[in-house]
Ligand binder design. Structure first.
Ligand SMILES: Nc1ncnc2c1ncn2[C@@H]1O[C@H](COP(=O)(O)OP(=O)(O)OP(=O)(O)O)[C@@H](O)[C@H]1O
Length: 593
């Protein structure tokens, strides 16, 4: 590693909770030494509390200031947002012709979710307080179109947007002026290029005319438009986009398979990155960049727990109680595969009372005593916004969420991420666990797997990610059970552990006595089974629908019996799958004959 990046070890604000060597996160240079305007540096220090740049900022800021296309691949929570916002603001504030609202939009930041949109917008607001003539704005689809139209008509200099609503305005809002557009940032680039978003992005780019070789002659700036791609994970779609849309780009954090960056000195002394040629290949380096190894914060403690389907719920309950009460974790995020599962667990955790002690025949206290929040895509935008803000500021809280919270969101002090349902794609694992252990802080992650799903660990291992087993028995043994002496039980199996049995019985009785809860549980059960059948590609081999025992799945929603309606639709799906795979085999045989 070159000496151009020296690691920060003094004069920097540290907390005792920082778990990494400081040099792994912060660079030794200052924001000013990267070439940023001094007022902007003051804002970074005074409004955001940032004394020195992170490593990725020290690499990306000069690269963006140098007016080249840039692709950045850096671990979650390393400060990528400021890495692109700061140089854009720098350019805009020092433009010869002082920009005005009537000039329309100069920079566009595309993000995959509303929450991330608001988060980036908030950072922008803080950074731009001293530049009143540069106007930040957002469009996310959470508000009425007419309000968004009005804001666009007045002019937004830096616009943060989700792809769907942006496309809508590009098609339908004639007053939206973007002929001066100079920067397009793709935050969480791989997510943006996926599935539906990918199609929308293509259309957006067609509207903006931003592909390579498009003439930028009308722009107020004398240098060509810059495309900036950022993510903690990359995929083939980003690779392809990079090839067609990034001219002579600088790539940061792409290292051909091992996770060591090569640093190259620059005029500012803190710059590094690989140049790549038109085929998307690093010049003089590896033939193509590797997207196989995941970048995970080094201080993150990653573990898995093996829980049989029928005991999953009791295990989750127990682990949460243990982490909050015995380990004094302050904030925990639990991720589920469906909105219905979030709703069910939210109601259950918020209402379930239980006591295992002899003295309390009728439990008076909630089993989980922390504040509980939920977040998913079927909630009203207003409720999503309130939850997002509330969980940010709360000290002791549990957030139950779908993958909507998995990408980009920066909740301070989240100590543990529990993936109760494994992620759809292994790549999403990286983003999910990345909601903790941010910027060098401590963090734990716990992945729930059923005994039939443990091949998933190998899948992660193939990307350089290893998980240790969570000491579950120790946790379970720490709870008192009526008629059992503490700590003396000989462990046979999880299902026959007396604490699990008594807790499971209590939850099942609670659900059976509450028709409203029963409905939620049944709904959640149905959605969960549907989501399980929807695993794609390689994951179908690991999450095998046929291996599911529906009676045990029902128990995981505290249902004593499996809802019959699902049985039918589920069986239909299994039959259809069998039919489809038979057809696929016979047609492939035909082709080879
Ligand atoms: N130079 C800095 N000094 C101190 N804190 C910083 C600095 N830069 C960013 N941060 C803080 O670090 C946290 C993580 O930043 P950010 O959300 O930009 O990370 P990220 O790399 O985009 O993460 P993800 O990949 O999850 O989206 C935020 O709370 C941000 O305010």
């Amino acid at each position: 590693m070159s000496s151009s990046i020296k690691y920060m070890n003094e004069g920097m604000k540290t907390t005792t909770k920082k778990m990494v060597k400081e040099g792994e996160i912060f660079a030794s240079c200052t924001f000013a030494s990267l070439g940023l305007d001094s007022t902007l540096c003051d804002q970074l220090r005074d409004k955001m509390g940032f004394e020195v740049p992170t490593l990725v900022q020290a690499q990306a800021i000069p690269a963006i200031l140098s007016r080249r296309h840039v692709l950045v691949n850096a671990a979650t929570g390393t400060g990528k947002t400021i890495a692109y916002l700061a140089p854009i603001i720098h350019h805009l504030q020092k433009s010869n012709h002082r920009i005005q609202r009537a000039d329309g939009t100069f920079a566009l930041v595309l993000v995959p979710t509303r929450e991330l949109c608001m988060q980036v917008y908030e950072s922008l607001q803080k950074l731009m307080q001293r530049y009143h003539w540069i106007v930040p704005g957002y469009i996310t689809g959470g508000e009425s179109r007419s309000k968004e139209k009005a804001r666009l008509r007045k002019g937004i200099s830096i616009l943060v947007a989700t792809p769907g609503r942006l496309l809508d305005h590009l098609k339908n809002t004639s007053s939206f002026l973007y002929s001066n557009l100079h920067w397009i940032v793709f935050d969480e680039a791989d997510r943006i290029f996926e599935l539906g978003c990918g199609k929308e992005v293509e259309e957006i780019l067609d509207h903006l005319g931003s592909r390579k070789n498009i003439d930028n002659a009308t722009s107020s700036f004398e240098f060509p438009q810059q495309n900036l791609l950022f993510s903690a994970t990359l995929n083939e779609k980003v690779n392809r986009f990079a090839k067609i849309s990034l001219e002579n780009p600088i790539m940061i954090g792409l290292d051909g398979g091992n996770n060591t960056l090569e640093f190259q000195p620059s005029a500012h002394g803190c710059f590094s990155g690989h140049d790549i040629n038109d085929e998307g290949q690093p010049i003089g380096k590896e033939k193509s960049f590797s997207i196989s190894d995941y970048k995970i914060p080094t201080q993150l403690v990653q573990r898995y727990v093996q829980a049989p389907c029928g005991s999953r719920l009791a295990v989750l309950f127990s682990v949460l109680k243990y982490l909050f009460e015995r380990e004094s974790f302050e904030k925990i995020l639990v991720l589920f595969s469906t909105c219905d599962a979030v709703d069910f667990h939210y109601s259950l955790f918020g209402e379930f009372k239980f006591s295992s002690s002899e003295s309390e025949s009728r439990p008076e206290h909630l089993f989980l005593k922390c504040k509980i929040f939920r977040l998913h895509g079927s909630m009203k935008p207003e409720d999503r916004r309130t939850t997002f803000q509330a969980f940010k500021t709360e000290k002791l809280a549990l957030l139950l969420s779908t993958d909507i919270a998995a990408r980009g969101l920066d909740f301070p002090k989240v100590r543990c991420i529990i993936q109760y349902d494994p992620p759809g794609e292994a790549i999403e694992y990286v983003h999910r666990v990345g909601r903790t252990a941010r910027l060098g802080e401590r963090g734990d992650s716990l992945l729930f797997l059923q005994p039939t799903e443990t091949d998933y660990l190998q899948d992660l291992q193939n990307h350089g990610v290893s998980l240790a087993e969570y000491p579950l028995v120790k946790v379970l043994d720490s709870f008192p059970v009526r008629g059992r002496k503490q700590f003396v039980e000989k462990f046979v199996s999880l299902e026959s552990h007396s604490w699990i049995i008594s807790l499971q019985r209590a939850v099942e009785s609670f659900i059976a006595a509450e028709p409203r809860m029963m409905k939620l549980a049944q709904k959640a059960f149905c959605s969960w089974v549907r989501a399980y059948t929807a695993h794609r590609g390689e994951l179908k081999r690991i999450f095998v629908v046929k291996k599911l025992h529906l009676g045990h799945v029902a128990k995981s929603f505290a249902l004593k019996q499996q809802p019959s309606v699902v049985g039918k639709s589920f069986k239909k799906q299994v039959k259809k799958r069998k039919r489809d795979s038979k057809q696929a085999v016979s047609s492939s045989k035909k082709r080879t004959l």
